[in-house]
Design a protein around this ligand. Structure first.
Ligand code: A3D
Length: 320
């Protein structure tokens, strides 16, 4: 059986890291696509040359020709521009929307059967536009954000409790932005919910609130430190987790930006929700019941996403 083909649209910081991870995990052969001359070819060759030491079997190719992504099983999209200090994700909307149009057309024409994972920001609006531009089925197009936001939350919680990150689970819903909704009652240490851990004296409510806020600001914290771009190691790892679940039909329950129509009270929007990812793409959305407070936070987050989608429609008539 031929190896799966993984197309990475955008060979920047995240794209290069994705290529390295995909090769090291032997998820398939990798095609790195970018419009920046020489970048995809250079990164593909550099990573391929790590193969003998690492001992992986994967072919890597760099290209600026969409024909080379033909027949891809998975496309991970990072094409566009990242944030600089002082910018919000929403400041990227106009420029990255144009990029999504070109990428959507490239995928539609060359890899219409792929499972597409969008990472480009502002995430929830860009994945919505990418699905429209590509015309692929909604269950085959999703966005990576929740896995990363949950991973950040889990990391901070493991530091607070001084326990292994492996035993901390976390649940983050809503749009990928300042309005994301970390759900503490569904976040646990080995099954013990965070509110119970507060009662047990493992932490205080104030400390937990501060961790929630640090999670919301997790992207900005890294932008502020790096100064020249945004996070890329953990975003790449998170998208690989989703791609692996699809390619191996693992049916992992992962939070991702999925098309919600008739779930969570939504009618045709992408927003971060718990999903099951398997060979069918986003196979299921877990439509949990929110408390009044959580629903208010979720509604606030959805309103922010809807505002960005409306802005996209204002910029590109074909989306209206
Ligand atoms: P960067 O290193 O700048 O890479 C982006 C690449 O896209 C560059 O190599 C560009 O040449 C390329 N590019 C630009 N236009 C096109 C085009 N039309 N076709 C193909 N390639 C093109 O950025 P990065 O890898 O650090 O980040 C990529 C995106 O991910 C940005 O929009 C970030 O904001 C976003 N991001 C999202 C998250 C989430 O959790 C959702 C986290 C971190 C970054």
């Amino acid at each position: 059986m031929a190896r799966p083909k993984i197309a990475l649209i955008g060979a920047g910081q995240i794209g290069g890291t994705l290529a390295h991870l995909a090769a090291m995990k032997e998820l398939g052969d990798v095609v790195l696509f970018d419009i920046s001359e020489g970048t995809p070819e250079g990164k593909a060759l550099d990573i391929a040359e790590s193969g003998p030491s690492e001992g992986f079997d994967a072919r890597l190719k760099g290209t600026s020709d969409y024909a080379d992504i033909a027949g891809a099983d998975v496309c991970i999209v990072t094409a566009g521009v990242p944030r600089k200090p002082g910018m919000s994700r929403d400041d990227l909307l106009g420029i990255n929307l144009k990029v999504m149009k070109a990428v959507g057309e490239g995928i539609r024409e060359n890899a219409p059967d792929a499972f597409v994972i969008c990472i480009t920001n502002p995430l929830d609006a860009m994945v919505w536009a990418l699905q429209k531009f590509s015309g692929l089925p909604t269950e085959k197009v999703c966005g990576m954000a929740g896995v990363l936001d949950s991973a950040r939350f889990r990391h901070f919680l493991s530091l607070e409790f001084d326990v292994s990150m492996k035993d901390v689970t976390a649940f983050v819903l809503g749009g990928h932005g300042d309005t994301m909704v970390p759900l503490t009652r569904y976040s646990t240490v080995a099954g013990i919910p965070l509110p119970d851990l507060v009662k047990m004296g493992w932490t205080s409510q104030e400390k937990l609130d501060a961790i929630v806020q640090r999670t919301r600001d997790g992207g900005a914290e890294i932008v502020g430190l790096l100064k020249t771009g945004s996070a890329f190691y953990a975003p790449a790892t998170s998208a690989i987790e989703m791609a692996e679940s699809y390619l191996k039909d693992q049916k992992r329950l992962l939070p991702c930006a999925a098309y919600c129509d008739g779930v969570f009270g939504l009618d045709g929007f992408y927003v971060g929700v718990p999903t099951v990812i398997g060979a069918g793409g986003v196979e299921r959305i877990v439509d949990i019941k929110l408390t009044k407070d959580e629903q208010a936070m979720f509604d606030n987050s959805v309103a922010a996403v809807k505002g960005l989608v409306e802005a996209c429609k204002g910029i590109d008539d074909s989306l209206a």
